[in-house]
Design a protein. Structure first.
Length: 232
């Protein structure tokens, strides 16, 4: 009887420890914007395109916000659809940045963010789990003529100066399409310099306290079962 009571006490203590840890241990590690830069480089108001870039993550991440560059640093004039695709052109996650979106405003630049690097505005999306791998992000610039060449009030830019890429992210080539269709896969390779219109915020998942607790609890019950079979 004493042995049984001792095991029950240990189980209750383990449960309480797991509950306490779950309240104090973070579920995520810091991530931040995928790209930032102190100087924006050239910009364009050429519309009718979806512009973006390819990227590779070397670890699993949570995508928390999708954003677009704000050319005038005064709010975008039209809504923009932003998406992330796998390389088989499957749209995985998307969001729409509204003109009146009041979510995060992120200044570009490192180590001192500032308006010289341009402002990205982000829309909050339900957190999306993105496994380590290679993907493409694209933002619909808008316009009124398929095939490109039309004008859009919100611009995009290429060749930002001093670009800083977040840890765990490797930047690939620029990609676009000129279909003038929202959330169409950016399939055309634009070379090594990314079209810095869209961006995203991400966080890195950490082992949760619950997972640690489950592991410890599993060990406890396995040991208990083994002790029973051995007659202890």
């Amino acid at each position: 009887m004493k042995l049984s009571i001792g095991k029950n006490v240990l189980l209750i203590a383990s449960l309480l420890l797991g509950i306490i840890c779950a309240g104090v241990l973070p579920a995520y590690a810091a991530g931040g914007p995928a790209i930032s830069y102190p100087t924006r480089g050239g910009s364009s108001n050429l519309g009718g395109y979806t512009f973006g870039w390819e990227f590779t993550t070397d670890t699993n991440v949570w995508i928390t916000h999708l954003g677009m560059w704000d050319q005038g640093a005064d709010g975008n004039q039209i809504a923009h659809d932003i998406g992330i695709w796998d390389l088989s052109s499957n749209l995985l996650v998307s969001g729409t940045l509204q003109t009146n979106d009041l979510s995060i405003t992120s200044l570009g630049g490192d180590p001192t963010p500032g308006i010289a690097g341009g402002i990205y505005r982000y829309t909050d999306i339900p957190d999306y789990f993105l496994p380590a791998g290679t993907y493409r992000i694209g933002g619909y610039i808008g316009g009124n003529v398929a095939g490109g060449g039309s004008s859009t009030p919100d611009g995009w830019h290429q060749a930002p100066i001093g670009m800083v890429v977040a840890p765990h992210i490797t930047l690939g080539n620029a990609y676009d399409n000129n279909l003038n269709t929202s959330l169409a896969f950016p399939y055309r390779d634009g070379g090594a310099t990314p079209y810095a219109g869209p961006n995203f915020l991400f966080e890195i998942p950490e082992p949760s306290a619950f997972a640690l607790f489950v592991t410890g609890g599993g060990w406890f019950f396995l040991r208990r079962s083994t002790n029973r079979r051995s007659g202890r």
